[in-house]
Design a protein around this ligand. Structure first.
Ligand SMILES: Cc1cc2nc3c(=O)[nH]c(=O)nc-3n(C[C@H](O)[C@H](O)[C@H](O)COP(=O)(O)OP(=O)(O)OC[C@H]3O[C@@H](n4cnc5c(N)ncnc54)[C@H](O)[C@@H]3O)c2cc1C
Length: 397
């Protein structure tokens, strides 16, 4: 039997799920090409930045694929030769395909605002959040002018989750180090008039109230104009801080413009009803211009949709059309409090938090068997995550 060669580029939610699903079917020969040797579970990166362990947001690709027949290659896809059906990587290797699946995710966008790329912290990768965690601890316990003002830019889901969680983490460090005389402030700056501008207004209002109760200062309708070594310029006024965390902008992966894909007005790739951008080239997850693109649940949904269609085609049946599915939104703002929005349903508080934990544990199981994913998930607050001996001692008590 001649196998269909499927080349998947991108080891994230959509790419891995596609590989795992197709890898079970011996009509396909599957290669996964990714520039990263591990999978990043973005929804819990905020948790790693604020005291969680690396394993709570990252799984090595080797572990995910250890018992599969997927060919795994770690390299960055650079160019596409449509005629020859070949992807060439940055280090000059060629990968040919019958079917190409592109799921490269997004990149951080600073909108050319002066100083941000050089001076702000980003929370888009496991290394970046580890760097932020080390910085937070070092600033807070420093005997020389400790930074007591922390600014998060962007009150979308990432910035909102981070603001709440950051506050409990910093208070924990203060308490452990006996530094109660150091009052900290957390500012959340958003250019739109309300937090979570893409979420239903009632949910946004409820979370705003919760953040205020937690003592977070909100700057709404305020645009960032620049950052210097000591402050952030917002609407022509400086906010003093050595810790500015940028969560306000993403852009589509530059691979698509560099390789002349047809892009929609929002710069995502235009696809047909089968998520096909061009003959035999499918685009999934954050890269595709679908109504709920930009969420992990959508990326996994897209992967399941495509693998189902490719299996149908291999059986001589027709493709089905894509029907977008609205994801469930869950925003935790502190340990023990989260907001859930699912259509018209809203859940706030402790129950929301428990459901979020269950959803994250279940999501890990999408990529690993339970016997591996559960211990990994429940290694919350392990000593590995703690930045110093004093914190480690308190953490283990
Ligand atoms: C901080 C943060 C928090 C989030 N929280 C949530 C949440 O709570 N709930 C939710 O539903 N969604 C959340 N999201 C969004 C969600 O993570 C994304 O929608 C999801 O990751 C998209 O999956 P993807 O497969 O399209 O891309 P990704 O998961 O980003 O995977 C893309 C992969 O491609 C690789 N890659 C990139 N370029 C190349 C190249 N040229 N060659 C080879 N490989 C390449 C990347 O390294 C990466 O491994 C969050 C995102 C962030 C950044």
């Amino acid at each position: 039997m001649v196998k269909e060669k499927v080349l998947i580029v991108g080891g994230g939610f959509a790419g891995i799920k596609t590989a795992l699903e197709l890898g079970k079917d011996d009509r396909f020969s599957v290669t996964l090409l990714s520039d990263n040797d591990h999978f990043t579970y973005y929804p819990t990166l905020y948790h790693v930045a604020t005291g969680g362990a690396r394993v709570n947001a990252s799984i090595p690709l080797k572990t995910i694929f250890e018992n599969s027949n997927i060919n795994l290659s770690i390299a960055k896809a650079d160019s596409l030769n449509r005629k020859a059906k070949v992807i060439t990587t940055q280090d000059g290797k060629n990968f040919d395909y019958n079917t190409l699946v592109l799921a490269l995710g997004q990149v951080t966008n600073y909108f050319n605002i002066p100083g941000l790329a050089e001076l702000s912290f980003s929370v888009k990768s496991i290394d970046e959040v580890e760097r932020l965690k080390a910085h937070l601890h070092a600033q807070l316990v420093s005997n020389h002018k400790p930074d007591l003002n922390y600014v998060i830019v962007g009150a979308g889901p990432t910035g909102t989750e981070l603001a709440g969680s950051l506050q409990s983490y910093l208070k924990r460090i203060i308490y452990w180090h006996g530094l109660e005389n150091r009052p900290i402030h957390i500012d959340l700056v958003e250019a739109a008039k309300r937090i979570l501008p893409k979420m239903p207004p009632d949910m946004s209002r409820r979370i705003k109230r919760q953040l205020r109760l937690q003592g977070i200062r909100l700057y709404l309708g305020d645009a960032v104009e620049g950052e210097s070594a000591n402050d952030l310029l917002v609407n022509n006024k400086p906010i003093q801080s050595h810790t500015v965390i940028w969560t306000a902008g993403t852009a589509n992966n530059p691979f698509f413009s560099a390789n002349n894909f047809f892009l929609s007005a929002n710069h995502k790739v235009a696809t047909d009803v089968y998520l096909q951008a061009e003959p035999d080239i499918f685009v999934l997850g954050d890269n595709a211009n679908t109504p709920y693109s930009g969420m992990a649940q959508t990326a996994i949904y897209d992967a399941k949709f495509l693998t189902n269609n490719l299996k149908r085609r291999a059986r001589g049946r027709k493709f089905k059309s894509y029907v977008p599915k609205q994801p469930i939104t869950v925003i935790p703002t502190s340990e023990g409090w989260a907001a859930i929005s699912w259509g018209k349903l809203r859940i706030y508080g402790w129950l929301g938090w428990v459901l979020r934990q269950a959803a994250d544990a279940h999501a890990f199981h999408d990529f690993e068997p339970w016997r591996k994913s559960l211990p990994q998930w429940f290694s919350y607050s392990s000593t590995e995550a703690v930045p110093c001996a004093i914190c480690a001692q308190h953490n283990s008590n």
